[in-house]
Design a protein around this ligand. Structure first.
Ligand SMILES: [Zn+2]
Ligand SMILES: [Zn+2]
Length: 144
C-alpha cells in the first residue's frame, strides 16, 4: 500500500457536506457494536483519521453525543452518517463509503465482535477484538 492517497475527498449524499483528509489512509475497520448498528443501520465501516479532517458545509452537520467520550455526526439535510469522533483526541472516524475514491482500501479489522448478531458474518478474514479488548486498548489513551 505505497500508493499516495493523501488528500482523499468525500461527501454526503446531497453534497452539502464535503471533506478532505490530510493523511494517507487505506485501512478500513468495522464495528459490530449495538450502538453503531442502530445508528448506521448496519455495522459501522470506518477509517480512523489521526490527523485533522477539513469539512466544508459544517453548518449542515448535526452532532449527537452518544457517550461520555464520543459524538456522531450526520448531514442534517440528507441524513448521511458522516463520522464518529473521539472527544478527547478530536480524531474523526469516517465512513469509507462517503469517500469519492474508494480504491485501494483494505478491510483490516473487526471490533466488538462479541456484539455481532448471529445472523450475519463477513467472509473477509480479519483480526477481531471484543468490546472488552477495545476498551482495554483505548482506555489509557482516550481516558475512558
Ligand atoms: Zn447531505
Ligand atoms: Zn460501535
Amino acid at each position: 500500500m505505497n500508493t499516495q492517497k493523501n488528500g482523499r475527498t468525500g461527501r454526503c449524499l446531497c453534497g452539502e457536506v464535503t471533506f478532505a483528509l490530510t493523511e494517507d489512509i487505506d485501512e478500513v475497520g468495522v464495528c459490530h457494536c449495538e450502538m453503531c448498528r442502530r445508528w448506521a443501520g448496519a455495522p459501522w465501516f470506518a477509517i480512523h483519521c489521526k490527523k485533522p479532517v477539513s469539512f466544508d458545509g459544517e453548518q449542515h452537520i448535526v452532532r449527537f453525543q452518544s457517550s461520555d467520550w464520543a459524538e456522531r455526526g450526520f448531514c442534517g439535510n440528507c441524513g448521511t452518517n458522516l463520522f464518529y469522533r473521539l472527544l478527547a483526541s478530536g480524531e474523526y472516524i469516517l465512513s469509507p463509503f462517503t469517500l469519492d475514491d474508494q480504491s485501494e482500501l483494505s478491510f483490516t479489522g473487526q471490533i466488538f465482535i462479541d456484539e455481532k448478531p448471529e445472523w450475519y458474518a463477513f467472509a473477509n478474514e480479519t483480526p477481531t477484538m471484543t468490546g472488552a479488548e477495545v476498551f482495554a486498548m483505548y482506555a489509557p489513551k482516550e481516558e475512558g
